[in-house]
Ligand binder design. Structure first.
Ligand code: NDP
Ligand code: A1CAB
Length: 264
């Protein structure tokens, strides 16, 4: 598989790392205008770094676009004459609907819309995908690509905006929760490094408990909350201060922001 990542920035490079770690491509092209910052990727024998999007499109069959939304249409416009039936076009662009992509390159292309997150670099992305009509024939291929670097879920396009908040922005939300827990641990006497180790491994354990048991979080909470104990005392105080409510409100605010920039 020859994969091009058009726009090797924060997300694009995370995908590149995920592909390299999982041996997911026979060769890979990474593009950006200023390539100096990613020149070290050329040490991998099968990676080409170039500012030339047209070269990358001509040499690869899987094209992953990870540029800012405002750049996407003009970049597509500048390479679309090179597209053939071998190309699968995978967009990661927030808020950019399939019909807007079709408006630029036509309906007769395999187009996948995806929403990965930066944990793709360590093989742990939760990636949501959908496709245009023609792209349905390549959706299994897209799932196979993303499943090598985590988990994928096919969803209707109407849920893509929500998936962006929960899965892509979600990395930042969970990071902040881990950081806050770390700060609490420091206040209780751990040094900063130990505190983070305790916070992140406990977070990982909580997620694994749910993944492996299939249980509802409250079932696991019931196992931890000793009657009149310290856990329920802490949990109730967090809820009095608005923990669940603030998370839900943040998620909705993030969703509304995408609606706003879709109108631009
Ligand atoms: N960051 C994240 O966690 C996630 C981001 N997304 C989406 O992915 C996209 C990229 O986001 P992110 O990685 O954060 O953004 P970045 O700004 O970090 O990356 C975009 C990259 O595109 C490059 N670029 C700009 N113009 C061109 C061009 N003409 N040809 C080739 N490359 C170009 C830029 O480099 P240079 O200026 O050198 O060209 C830059 O490295 C966005 O649409 C975002 O909504 C989706 C899910 C998660
Ligand atoms: O914050 C953003 O707009 C982008 C989309 C999801 C993650 N980062």
């Amino acid at each position: 598989m020859k994969i091009a990542i058009i726009g090797a920035g924060n997300l694009g490079l995370s995908i590149a790392k995920g592909i390299l770690n999982s041996n997911g491509a026979t060769s890979m092209y990474l593009t950006k205008r200023n390539v100096r910052s990613i020149s070290e990727y050329e040490k991998y024998g099968n990676v080409t770094v170039t500012p030339d999007n047209r070269e990358a499109v001509a040499k690869c069959d899987i094209l992953i676009f990870a540029v800012q939304p405002g750049h996407f249409a003009s970049i597509l416009e500048s390479v679309k004459d090179l597209f053939t039936d071998n190309h699968v076009i995978i967009s990661t662009i927030t808020g950019f609907e399939l019909n807007r992509i079709e408006d630029v390159i036509g309906t007769d292309r395999y187009i996948i819309r995806s929403m990965p997150n930066t944990a793709i670099s360590v093989g742990e992305s939760m990636t949501c995908i959908c496709s245009n009509e023609k792209g349905k024939k390549r959706i299994e291929l897209a799932k196979a690509i993303f499943n090598r670097m985590g988990h994928s879920m096919e969803i209707p396009e109407s849920q893509m905006q929500a998936a962006t908040v929960i899965c892509a922005s979600g990395i930042a939300f969970w990071m902040r929760l881990i950081r806050a827990t770390t700060q609490g641990a420091i206040q209780l006497g751990f040094d900063a490094r130990e505190a983070q180790e305790l916070a992140m491994h406990t977070c990982n354990g909580a997620a694994k408990l749910l993944i492996e048991s299939g249980n509802h979080p409250e079932e696991e909470i019931d196992r931890v909350t000793t009657p009149m104990g310290c856990t329920i005392q802490g949990l109730n105080e967090m809820e009095h201060q608005g923990l669940s409510s603030s998370l839900i409100q943040g998620i909705v605010a993030s969703y509304d922001k995408i609606t706003e920039f879709k109108k631009r």
